[in-house]
Write a protein that binds this ligand. Sequence first.
Ligand code: ADP
Ligand code: MG
Length: 483
Amino acid sequence: MSYTLEGATGPWEVVIGLEVHAQITSQAKLFSGAATEFGAEPNSQVSFVDAGFPGMLPVINGECVAQAVRTGLGLNAKVNLWSRFDRKNYFYADLPQGYQISQFEFPVIGTGEIEITLADGSVKNIGITRLHLEQDAGKSLHDQHPSKSYIDLNRSGVALMEIVSEPDLRSPEEAGAYLTKLRQILRYLGTCDGNMEQGSLRADVNVSVRKAGEGFRTRCEVKNVNSIRYVMQAVEAEARRQIEVWEEGGEVVQETRLFDTSRGVTRSMRSKEDAHDYRYFPDPDLPPLVIEAAWVEQLKAALPELPDARRARYVGEYGLTPYDAHVLTLEKETAAFYETVAKGRDPKVAANWVTGDFFAGLNRTGRSIANSPVSAGDLGALLDLLKDNTLSGKLAKEVLEVMVDTGRPPAEIVEQRGMRQVTDTGAIEAVIDDVMARNADKVAEYRGGKDKLFGFFVGQTMKAMQGKGNPTLVNDLLKRKLG
Ligand code: ADP
Ligand code: MG
């Protein structure tokens, strides 16, 4: 069943296309050597080029181009060996050059696609229209002084990739899944850190609505949405607004809008009439960007394994369920952690422990894989203690809790706390004899046919052994002695 919104005149379909700005992971800016570190003192990472000083010449940063090409390859997109930089002219206080260098007519990356998976397990391909390189602008600070605005040019000239999707998305869920998948691919590639709180990834959300079977209607663009949840909320709020406009006999006009996160509505920012005429023209300071096919092949050969391939490998090679494979490959760091745990061990057992008790431990302590108190090596060592019967499953869970709380290796915890499971049959038998002697009435009942009492004897024996009896041995020996 496809997603629709109900209006007074019946169901409406929603059409969405995203323009995503992704900050390229790079030591230096797109056309200057200034640093790009987040959170630096204002105006401490600004070269003369970034400050728009007269006579300064931009010089392309090859690493930024490589990052764009890697991203294009990761999106199964066409790499254009010839592309060009244009000037997009406008005046703004945080744009000292008076223009942004961007790629308008000839982007470095052409059409590609992303596969998204929805909650019901269905899969859909979303078209990528293009990816182009451009500079970021500076930042106006309006909250530092009661009557003055300040400008921070640290971001001025930072390399961005603008990644434009086809209007293929049909619901808030699809828009969220697309952005999630795009961010995952960028992180796997190492071409953008995907950090939306720091503004490394922001989305312009284009929305229109239509009746089933119609062509596209006019769209509005909701600018600069900075979380996946807000993208999904903005789609729904904007679609509902447009439905109301159409149903009241009005007409949706193409305009740029902003999403008010506190009120959950979009409001107009500028209409098409005052849309800028950017007077694009080829930047005379920069020759066309020409890259060699052999270099593209080199970059392709060096690409890391991407999420889809890794997930398929976890199912095919490790025999994991599609769900576990999905969860373990969401973040590159999680996948690497899991593979260290699984190496030389049973991959399914490893998957169960990582996604089960280990994730629960991280959750309980508010940690993530990146600052996990338990290393992959230590979790692996715990599984070894389980395998060689030093620990029972129950004891292993307890040891893992202590590992999460203390960060200490499992062998040390087992030694110091005497958590080793008891596998000495003589010792277990002695406990069982004692339990049976103290519960002679129950032994008689059991032998008289009350099978359900078996659990009682297991419980008593384990209790007497402080939970350390090997469960299989306890069961076997009890059966023998009671039988
Ligand atoms: P522009 O260059 O003016 O921003 P584009 O045609 O490049 O316009 O489209 C920008 C974005 O808008 C793309 O992501 C595209 O998928 C999306 N888009 C285009 N038409 C529609 C529509 N009718 N409804 C929703 N999104 C649309
Ligand atoms: Mg646009």
